[in-house]
Design a protein around this ligand. Structure first.
Ligand SMILES: Cc1ncc(COP(=O)(O)O)c(C=O)c1O
Length: 399
């Protein structure tokens, strides 16, 4: 339905997550600029975006990846091919050898994890002649205004993330290279700058004892309203205060915001008080954050129905309202009504916007729902399916 606007072939198989390579390259241009001009290390958080087919477009702009465990560490090492930093709230005995194999920096979440794994790490270094940096995640006790409630606030009360202030003095500082202070989620520049200043003000004695500081992710640097000049100004001041520190940032969403769509097809239009579009995708399986209310996808050619209703001019332009229904049996697998300019028909393809961060890495096959294709829309207009999933992918996880 919207293929002429997007120039994506109308014969695409849906559902499909489609990466806009031109948009990704644009985002990488900005990331590279921040990295060079501010003189920082910039990593991709693969928990947010892990598409090896896209890594060639990202590699030059970044210093490496940041992983959440052994699997992501290996993916980063083998497919991105640059530095890998790895953090987990707790490492398991079984995964730790793999974490050692693939990581350049390993961050521990607590004094007990550090105490448990440091000897194994030192033994590994001795055996293989490889230096691995030791990081410690600290709970900085900072929440930005945009963090959006405790669901996405790493410093929420009773958070399981990071060494608390009162535990800091007892850490073995001679062994620690890097402090890690992830505290943000989709933060505008005020959040990033607030965190940087907060850490400088409240953690200076500890910063003096280490070689690097990792300001975590959640810096939404490529969002249209994020002012990178202000971020770079804050980083400059921080580096003047702590000239011995290497500064690391590890955004995920901020590197891939607005770089692609989830294309989905209307399978049926159901009537029950309202018109309900039944789609070949599912919020439950393909963009679960939409169900907890923290995310409402934009749709090309449509607007939120409540917004349309509240505005006289928009009401006339977008008269057709539809609830969006997912393909599963879960009752709540729906999105509140959207308003369209014209009636939808079975077979129409909708493009849900800004679907590249978190959504495709979190997909499930609940209800036997097929996983969407992963595809690249190249700058020359070529549409390349990089992964098509089938029954085998569904069954392999079950049997
Ligand atoms: C430790 C850590 N680093 C980086 C990130 C990436 O955050 P974002 O994708 O919001 O930039 C996260 C997200 O949860 C995280 O927990």
């Amino acid at each position: 339905m919207y293929d002429r606007q997007l120039k994506i072939p109308s014969n695409i198989r849906t559902p499909a997550f489609i990466l806009d390579v031109a948009a990704l390259k644009k985002n990488m241009g900005l990331a590279a600029r921040v990295r060079h001009e501010a003189g920082i290390t910039m990593l991709l958080a693969t928990k947010s975006f892990a598409m090896p087919a896209a890594f060639p477009f990202m590699r030059d702009a970044l210093d490496g990846t940041t992983a959440s465990g052994a699997f992501e560490a290996r993916l980063g090492a083998e497919d991105f091919g640059k530095d890998v930093h790895t953090y987990a709230p707790a490492f398991s005995d079984d995964e730790f050898d793999e974490v050692l194999n693939f990581s350049h920096t390993i961050y521990f979440n607590s004094p007990t994890q550090l105490e448990k794994f440091l000897p194994r790490m030192r033994a590994y270094e001795k055996k293989w002649g490889k230096k691995i940096c030791v990081g410690v995640r600290v709970n900085p006790g900072y929440a930005s205004a945009t963090v959006g409630g405790d669901l996405y606030n790493p410093c929420a009360p009773n958070s399981r993330f990071g060494v608390t202030r009162g535990q800091l003095d007892a850490l073995p500082w001679q062994d620690i290279d890097t402090l890690h202070v992830h505290a943000l989620c989709e933060a505008q520049y005020e959040g990033s700058v607030g965190l940087i200043r907060h850490v400088a003000q409240h953690f200076a004695p500890y910063l003096q004892r280490v070689k690097a500081i990792n300001f975590g992710g959640g810096h939404f640097i490529n969002h249209p309203t994020y002012d990178v000049a202000v971020l770079m100004g804050a980083l400059k001041i921080f580096k003047q205060q702590f000239p011995h520190l290497q500064v690391v940032m590890e955004p995920g969403g901020g590197l891939v915001v607005n770089t692609g769509w989830l294309a989905t097809r209307v399978l049926d239009v159901h009537e029950n008080g309202q018109k309900i579009m039944l789609l070949d995708c599912s919020p439950t399986c393909h963009f679960m954050d939409a169900l907890n209310g923290s995310f409402r996808p934009r749709i090309v050619g449509a607007i939120d129905a409540a917004t349309a209703e509240a505005d006289d001019t928009l009401r006339g332009k977008f008269p057709r309202h539809y609830i969006l229904g997912g393909k599963t049996c879960m009752t709540g697998d729906v999105l509140a009504p959207y308003a369209f300019s014209r009636p939808l028909q079975v077979g129409d393809v909708l493009f849900l916007e800004d679907m590249m961060h978190y959504n495709f890495v979190q997909t499930t096959t609940f209800n036997g729902t097929p996983l969407p294709d992963l595809a690249l829309w190249h700058e020359d207009g070529r549409y390349e399916v990089v992964k098509r999933f089938g029954y085998d992918d569904f069954k392999r996880r079950l049997a």
